[in-house]
Design a protein around this ligand. Structure first.
Ligand SMILES: *Cc1c(COP(=O)(O)O)cnc(C)c1O
Length: 419
């Protein structure tokens, strides 16, 4: 469910006509719906109503905009961060340091120390040596770092190869069959409060089966760790719930996910932690764009829009699907390709697709762009960095301005010895 609907034949975000945003801010522009974020945040929490002790941490990398993070902080969410920059954002958005979890396979020493300094809630360790270094840094600061080890449960998440993280050959996590031994070596270190296990097997999961298999493996590990005398108080189940990008996608609902989690973890007696990203934010955003040209093609016409792969990379990266819709649809359809202006053959949003008839100057949207959209944008081809707008009811506000090609160029410098 989202809040992008036709009112009097014209697409609105909540009560705001998208055309009004295009007029005020220009295109391309990401548009977010506050009510949709709220709805998804609450649905996720409601789905976990049967879980007595839980911590919800929004995966900041899905949508790190400060206004979005503040909105989710207001909904009681903490943050799952994967860099010092994301940590700084979570704090700047008003999240408490203790509600921040630090994930990621390549945390630098400086980032670990930054996180210790502000006192984050948990470090998810990806390798033994990271635990040793974290302990040393913590001792130097006179603190103990709350931490888990992230295990790789070696399950196939059944998702796109580039967003699968839980198979043995992926770079993430410690091999689950070595976890007991590694935990045993890290637990006595003076700077660590090693308290649990974490996992995250992939993103855009369309089935609960791989998650359930992975959770069961982690449940056995928790039992083994306790049998070895360790105190386990926290298990971080990661993120990964998929969303509906196109008709026919049938991702599990938060309620179905919650039922499965409650069943599998019934006897664990831990605080469960969750790191949802996409499921909270994907369908809360669209990329609003203008049709530049309709160029005849040998098979289908090319609808050339003013947004491109530098603004929304998911199609070029993952062969992702984003619905394309006219802001003022006539009801007529045509078969076309949709592409951006960037000089790459991968800058194509749709091929041979039945879409609303559009012509030069029309506005259109690419749906489900609220996760892994703006955050992956670049300025390739010296295009401005795409702005973001947040709408709520009948108001909207720019929450990230367009950064012009000139502003980016101003950061560059020609050495004197070339002049
Ligand atoms: C990316 C990521 C998430 C969020 O994944 P979604 O599929 O967006 O829910 C959660 N945890 C970790 C460690 C991640 O890397």
């Amino acid at each position: 469910m989202d809040h992008y609907n036709l009112i009097d034949g014209e697409l609105h975000v909540e009560d705001v006509p998208l055309a009004r945003i295009a007029e005020a801010v220009g295109t391309p522009v990401y548009v977010y719906s506050a009510a949709t974020f709220q709805r998804h945040a609450r649905a996720f929490r409601d789905g976990l109503a049967a879980i007595p002790r839980k911590h919800l941490a929004f995966a900041v990398k899905a949508n790190p905009n400060l206004a979005v993070l503040r909105l989710l902080a207001n909904e009681g969410f903490g943050a799952d961060v994967v860099s010092g920059g994301e940590l700084a954002r979570a704090l700047a958005a008003g999240m408490a340091a203790k509600d921040v979890v630090f994930s990621g396979v390549g945390k630098t020493r400086a980032e670990l120390d930054q996180a210790l300094q502000v006192g984050i809630g948990q470090f998810n360790l990806e390798l033994e040596e990271e635990g040793v270094v974290l302990s040393q840094l913590a001792v130097a600061r006179g603190v103990r770092a709350p931490a888990t080890i992230r295990v790789n449960p070696d399950v196939d998440a059944g998702t796109h190869e580039k967003i699968s993280t839980g198979r043995a050959e992926n770079k993430f996590g410690l091999p689950i069959d070595e976890a007991l031994a590694i935990f045993g070596r890290l637990a006595p270190l003076p700077g660590l409060e090693l308290r649990g296990v974490a996992l995250h097997i992939g993103s855009q999961l369309q089935s609960l089966a791989p998650l359930e298999r992975a959770f069961e493996r982690v449940g056995r590990l928790v039992a083994d760790l306790r049998a070895a005398g360790h105190t386990i108080t926290h298990v971080d189940l990661g993120g990964g719930l998929g969303v509906r990008y196109r008709a026919g996608d049938t991702p599990p609902s938060p309620a179905e996910f919650g039922d499965m989690v409650a069943r599998v973890t019934r006897d664990w007696d831990v605080e469960l932690m969750f790191e949802p990203g996409r499921v909270i934010s994907a369908n809360a955003g669209v990329l609003l764009t203008e049709v530049l040209w309709v160029k005849p093609g040998p098979v289908n016409p090319w609808v050339i829009v003013d947004s491109a792969m530098n603004d929304l990379a998911r199609v070029a990266l993952y062969d992702a699907w984003h619905d394309f819709e006219a802001v003022r649809p006539s009801g007529e359809k045509m078969t076309a390709n949709v592409a951006g202006p960037v000089c790459e053959s991968s800058d194509v949003f749709a091929k041979g697709r039945e879409i609303d008839v559009v012509k030069s100057g029309d506005l259109a949207i690419l749906r489900s762009a609220g996760a892994y959209g703006a955050t992956m944008a670049s300025t390739y081809n010296s295009r401005p960095l795409v702005p973001e707008v947040l709408a709520s009811g009948d108001r909207f506000e720019i929450v990230a301005g367009r950064i012009s090609a000139e502003a980016i160029m101003a950061e560059e410098h020609v050495p004197d010895w070339l002049k």
